[in-house]
Design a protein around this ligand. Structure first.
Ligand code: GAP
Length: 514
């Protein structure tokens, strides 16, 4: 593991969530219907951020390299794909349900064994105390049992208005797995597949059942030969794809970190297996090291602080069924170190599986060896939404400006949603408004610029700081005379006076990556 001594960001997830909602970055999904768990909608500002993150990735892997082709495969795939990939048989979590009233479902490996005592609910409203049927709560102590009772059991057993007591059953204390929400006994774990399903065509029978892809990778594997032959590619080369993936996550949580609908940016990089390489030729292991370095550098290139990024090699017992080795790029989120991207050596597992299930020969003919073999695959797999979250957290800054607090997103300029905002100093002066609008229209030919006159200038600056706009341009009364405007820099807050005809080049220059 690469050691770092970073401290957790001081910004909390709640602050980021609230900024995102307030400033049109991310809203809860289906907001007016109390939401839909594990879904989020990107607002006007967030849609730009997300697009910029995806563009930065696509540019760096497809345009800046000459060994990668792009692809945009369908989300719905022949279900045999998922049998071959192993997702139908192994893409599952072991789950258990509580027999208690909360009806919650848990990942079995997330529930620790605890020492609990049985507390029986006894009705003492009138006459002889009577144990209530089904009223059995497992809790470490009476206080907790009472909490469970008040939260769930009272209503569930129709005991509102009755007088009850909780009686500890002597000798019942034992170590076991109980619901941490209602103190109910948990059922035995059952495997729960994480793939979401739908049906194609008018008949809802099992023959029409298809899956929403849980990873974009398989669309690449099934197109390996198509891309290789149509683009006349020799090994090593990769195929990159971005797009939506879906997983029926049991516990979607932490905002954009774990959702049920998300986007991935994946590369499958096909190379010669190590055992066929000549001395000096890059093996699959060399390519894995290369991709880990490339991907770590990508995050710092776009502004992530190096001390909040680390590499963690997965232990043998953590590896996915297809992987020989995996390096996780982790970021120090407000919730602690968490995976941003996994870079796996998938060996020839996937292509071999698809050969077997489809009956098609997906081997590569190597002209140098004059022989065919199944390529090995290195897979850098990143999440778009997790990356957006990391970029937001990393950019979030609070500064003291005189007696005031300034919130500013110091996003890398190429990720900033809005590049420039243009304001007239006085919105009731038509000449200023028209000059500002014209300037904005001109800038829009090259960048995403916005015009705003809905508040006083100080407030307009603060609004743009909060979404990370690198440049604010103010047209004032003098502008009418000197044909010049004031350009303010987001980070330094310094202002320069520039001829209106110089603004475009000044901004494009400032936005160019250093
Ligand atoms: N093709 C390999 C693969 O899908 P993964 O580790 O399951 O591997 C890769 O996913 C990346 O996709 C993760 O590192 C993460 O960034 C993103 N990701 C996975 N599940 C996610 C979820 N439920 N919500 C948001 N992002 C997710």
């Amino acid at each position: 593991m690469t050691q770092t001594t970073a401290e957790k960001p001081t910004v909390t997830m709640e602050t980021i969530v609230s900024l995102c909602k307030r400033r049109g970055i991310v809203f809860p999904g289906s907001d007016i219907y109390e939401g839909l768990a594990g879904t989020f909608d990107y607002g006007p500002v967030g849609a730009e951020l997300k697009q910029n993150v995806k563009n930065a990735w696509w540019r760096s892997v497809v345009y800046e390299r000459d060994d990668i082709e792009g692809l945009d495969a369908a989300i719905l795939m022949n279900p045999r794909t998922w049998k071959a990939s192993g997702h139908l048989d192994t893409f599952s979590d072991p789950l258990c349900d509580t027999r208690g009233p909360s009806r919650k479902r848990y990942r079995a490996d997330h529930i620790e064994e605890t020492e609990c005592t049985l507390h029986r609910i006894v009705d003492v409203t009138e006459g002889e105390p009577a144990p209530v049927e089904g009223g059995e709560i497992w809790a470490p102590n009476k206080k907790k049992a009472k909490e469970f009772y008040q939260k769930y059991w009272e209503k569930y057993l129709n005991l509102e208005g009755r007088r009850v007591k909780l009686e500890q059953v002597e000798g019942s204390t034992r170590l076991g797995r109980f619901s941490p929400d209602d103190g109910g006994v948990l059922t035995e774990p059952r495997d729960f597949n994480l793939m979401l399903t739908t049906h194609l065509g008018p008949v809802l029978d099992s023959a029409a059942k298809v899956y929403l892809r849980p990873e974009t990778a398989q669309g690449i594997f099934v197109n390996f030969s198509n891309v290789q032959s149509s683009m006349r590619r020799k090994l090593p080369f990769g195929i990159a794809q971005m797009g939506k993936s879906f997983r029926n996550e049991i516990t979607p949580r932490n905002f954009l970190f774990r959702t049920r609908e998300f986007e991935q940016m994946e590369i499958e990089f096909f190379c010669k297996p190590g055992h066929l390489c000549k001395p000096g030729e890059w093996t699959d292991e060399d390519w894995l090291r290369h991709w880990i370095e490339e991907r770590m550098n990508w995050y710092t290139r776009f502004g992530i602080r190096p001390e909040r990024l680390r590499l963690r090699q997965q232990e043998a017992d953590e590896l996915a069924h297809y992987a020989k080795a995996t390096g996780d790029v982790e970021y120090l989120f407000p919730i602690g170190w968490q995976e941003l991207e996994g870079i796996a050596n998938r060996t020839d597992y996937d292509l071999r599986q698809h050969m077997e299930h489809s009956g098609k020969d997906l081997r590569y003919f190597d002209p140098e060896l004059n022989d065919r073999y199944v390529p090995y695959v290195i897979e850098p797999s990143a999440g778009v939404d997790r990356s957006c979250l990391a970029f937001l957290v990393d950019a979030y800054t609070e500064e003291k400006v005189r007696d005031d607090k300034r919130v500013v997103l110091k996003l890398h300029r190429s990720l900033a949603p809005v590049k420039a905002a243009v304001f007239p100093l006085l919105k009731n002066k038509p000449e200023l408004v028209s000059m500002a609008r014209n300037l904005c229209r001109e800038l829009k030919k090259d960048i995403y610029a916005v015009y705003d006159d809905t508040a006083a200038i100080g407030k307009l600056y603060r609004r743009q700081d909060e979404i990370g706009t690198p440049y604010c341009i103010t047209v004032d009364v003098d502008s009418l005379e000197d044909q010049a405007v004031t350009v303010r820099d987001r980070d330094t807050m310094e202002q320069v006076r520039l001829g209106i005809d110089k603004v475009r080049d000044y901004i494009l220059d400032g936005l160019r990556e250093q």
